[in-house]
Ligand binder design. Structure first.
Ligand SMILES: [Zn+2]
Length: 410
């Protein structure tokens, strides 16, 4: 189909072509539901060296390449061009820059931008691929380039607090370590494993001047993370996360309750039947039925009741503003916990005491890994889409794409 000058101009505008690039031919392929648009640089016109911008003559043209563009109505739209190569006296022969696509991309800028928005909105890459009529690998490739672009542009200057946490990856078979920017509410990076090497690798993702100006690092009481932080960010305070500490205390209460329940049941006493969650909840989150049942328990006579009281009392620790008062409170609590004759409680109390210096830092910085918990559902859905994420690098790209707050658009 020969096209009129008007139609060529119209397509030039639609593509956002920057003159003197021009549309020379538009072909509509009805059967393939495809529009093919030929774009050319005018014959004899000087080109710019992509390195220095100097005006040079054309050496030759590259082979014809295709770029997928936004559809025209329901027609898949392809841009075709043979891009000239400049001959710069200083930089030699180079392919000139094109205005509609990034170098080495098979898609136009507008198409990539649409694809990124669809991926952000879609439930899975598979669904995005279907909507865009691309393969999984093609959308994944667009996603990878978007993340690379975002990482180059990313500003890390304002980071004061980071969180380091572990995540299970691949249905709990493997672990990953995650670093977050706590105030910026974003994932900074994720690496495979939860060893000292993993933690060091995670730190190495931040430039030294950023690393060494961080004020505090929230984390679990995990040796690999502690050691690595002391080496890589020695100026930073380590702040053991209060949610992890609550988790250990809850697990201890649960152990006490389970073994006591077993003991009671063997004597035909079902006092603790169905009480598992009541013991793990905050009293204010209990429903009415649980409250009544809980209040009826003779807590003082139950081991689980004592364990629960010790756990609940510890939460007061987080409310202190002064280190000396918090320490005084802790020492009393510690005495109580270690004299409770409840081994699981005693073990957690000792662990807390061993790490007390880096728990007291909470009073000064008030940081936790709660933000990582917030990313969990997103990361969970990324994992659920496991096709392709068996490969750790792909999984990392997806996490940074959805949780990195990166500037992704071309
Ligand atoms: Zn040049």
């Amino acid at each position: 189909m020969k096209t009129s000058l008007d139609l060529q101009k119209h397509y030039g505008l639609l593509l956002g072509l920057v003159p003197p690039w021009m549309v020379v031919h538009v072909e509509l392929k009805m059967l393939e539901k495809r529009v093919e648009i030929d774009v050319q640089w005018p014959k004899g016109r000087q080109v710019e060296c992509p390195t220095c911008g100097r005006s040079c003559s054309i050496k030759d043209h590259r082979e014809e390449r295709h770029w997928r563009h936004l559809d025209t109505m329901q027609f898949e739209t392809i841009i075709k061009s043979r891009v000239p190569r400049s001959e710069c006296p200083e930089h030699g022969v180079k392919t000139i820059n094109i205005s509609w696509a990034e170098p080495n991309s098979r898609f136009t800028l507008l198409f990539e931008s649409l694809a990124i928005n669809i991926m952000l909105a879609a439930k899975s890459l598979k669904e995005a691929a279907k909507l865009l009529r691309l393969s999984w690998d093609q959308v994944h490739h667009i996603q990878t380039r978007a993340v690379e672009r975002g990482l180059v542009r990313r500003d890390l200057e304002e980071i004061k607090y980071v969180g380091i946490d572990e995540k299970s990856f691949l249905k709990g078979h493997k672990y990953a370590s995650l670093m977050t920017d706590i105030n910026g509410q974003r994932v900074l990076d994720v690496v495979e494993g939860r060893t000292l090497e993993s933690a060091n690798e995670l730190w190495s993702k931040l430039p030294e001047e950023i690393r060494t100006s961080i004020d505090g690092v929230a984390m679990d009481m995990w040796d690999a993370f502690i050691t690595s932080t002391k080496t890589n960010a020695p100026q930073a305070d380590i702040v053991h996360d209060k949610f992890h500490i609550s988790k250990y205390l809850n697990e201890a209460v649960d152990k006490v309750r389970r073994s006591e329940h077993k003991e009671l049941t063997s004597k035909g006493d079902d006092t603790l039947k169905g009480m598992k969650y009541a013991f793990l909840k905050n009293p204010e989150n209990m429903n009415e039925k649980e409250k009544v049942k809980f209040n009826d328990l003779r807590m003082d006579r139950l081991k689980a009741g004592r364990a629960w009281s010790i756990k609940e009392t510890f939460s007061e620790f987080w409310t202190y503003s002064y280190q000396a008062s918090a320490e005084k409170f802790f020492n009393q609590w510690y005495w109580w916990a270690t004299h409770s004759r409840l081994k699981p409680i005693c073990d957690v109390a000792k662990m807390i005491k061993r790490h007390l210096d880096n728990i007291l830092t909470y009073l000064r910085h008030q940081i936790t890994n709660a933000i990582t918990e917030g990313f969990n559902s997103k990361i969970q859905s990324i994992k659920a889409n496991a096709r392709g994420y068996r490969n750790f690098a792909n999984y990392r790209v997806a996490i940074l794409f959805y949780c990195g707050k990166l500037s992704l658009q071309p």
